[in-house]
Design a protein around this ligand. Structure first.
Ligand code: PMP
Length: 295
């Protein structure tokens, strides 16, 4: 990455110090907006299409007009990465409703703000992928899908922030959230999988989980590798007695969990299927996506 970090702000490249938007932006006032977190691996924007599809679907769902076409947005991503000379890292793409007045009516917001930030990233050290994370379930319930559909990757993360505060209090790495019926849904920034007797389970998204792109990638890889993957509801009990548990997310990739609510999972370290899936996942991250030309 070049010395100077350039941030894309509505078609211009500005320094971090100058990357400012109005305090009247409804993203700030009301969490009214959407975002994506995307990875770049050795110059490859991993699953670029899937992320942009989710962004444009989220925008349509909340009646937010993105002031760039799909192709222009992809070009803006590529150009931001190129300007920063970034080969491996994380991209945060935010589209907020834009500045309006203090009322929440989005009709007062004339133009959405588009921000692209690219940074280097190492969420977890490599040992964490072998040793696994310690997580806890929390009392904060995941947003009800009929109140705020989890398919919309909105800027409204207060629900997840509250869960994170709870896991921080006990020093755990992640907070596992249930829905109002007590079914396991997801963590604050990751989807969850459990493995029992060789079968892989993950909660269906209608329970309230985001349809994670890493989640879908892992399901695809697992099926290709001959595993049975079932999207079906399960409870905390099923997590406690699982042979393996792992989380998936753009930043976390596919990371094992060794302990949930003080119950040791399996051997207390990354299990063989989780390790295999991570290996297969890492084989495609530099291939599947859009390549950046740095010339
Ligand atoms: N759930 C939530 C709540 C998230 O914020 C994320 C991260 N975007 C995920 C799951 C994982 O999704 P993805 O694999 O698309 O990063």
């Amino acid at each position: 990455m070049s010395q100077q970090q350039w941030i894309y702000l509505n078609g211009e490249f500005v320094t971090k110090e100058n990357a400012k938007i109005s305090v009247y932006d409804h993203g700030f006032l009301y969490g009214d907006g959407i975002f994506e977190g995307i990875r770049i691996y050795n110059g490859n924007i991993f699953k670029c299409k899937e992320h942009l599809d989710r962004l444009y679907d989220s925008a349509k769902s909340i009646s937010l007009e993105i002031p760039l076409t799909y192709d222009e947005m992809q070009e803006a991503l590529v150009e931001t990465i190129r300007r920063n000379g970034l080969r491996d890292g994380y991209i945060r793409l935010v589209v907020s409703r834009g500045p309006g007045n203090l009322g929440l009516d989005p009709r007062r917001c004339e133009r959405a703000n588009v921000v692209i930030i690219v940074e280097q990233l190492a969420l977890y050290p490599e040992e964490a992928y072998k040793n696994g994370l310690v997580i806890v379930s929390v009392s904060t319930r995941r947003n009800l899908p009929d109140a705020l559909n989890p398919k919309i990757k909105s800027l409204n993360y207060l629900n997840n922030v509250l869960a994170k505060i709870q896991s921080n209090l006990v020093g755990a790495g992640e907070a596992l959230m249930l829905n109002s019926q007590g079914y396991v849904v997801e963590c604050t920034g990751d989807n969850i999988f459990i493995i029992k007797n060789g079968v892989i389970y993950t909660p269906p998204t209608y329970l309230g989980a985001l349809e994670g792109i890493t989640r879908n990638t892992i399901i695809e890889i697992a099926r290709k590798e001959g595993y049975t993957v079932k999207e079906e509801p399960f409870s905390l009990h099923d997590v406690y007695v699982a042979d393996e548990v792992f989380l998936t997310g753009t930043a976390a990739e596919c990371i094992a969990v060794r302990e949930v609510d003080s119950r040791i999972i399996g051997e207390g370290k990354a299990g063989p299927i989780t390790t295999h899936l991570l290996e297969e996942f890492r084989k495609i991250v530099e291939i599947d996506g859009v390549k950046v030309n740095y010339d």
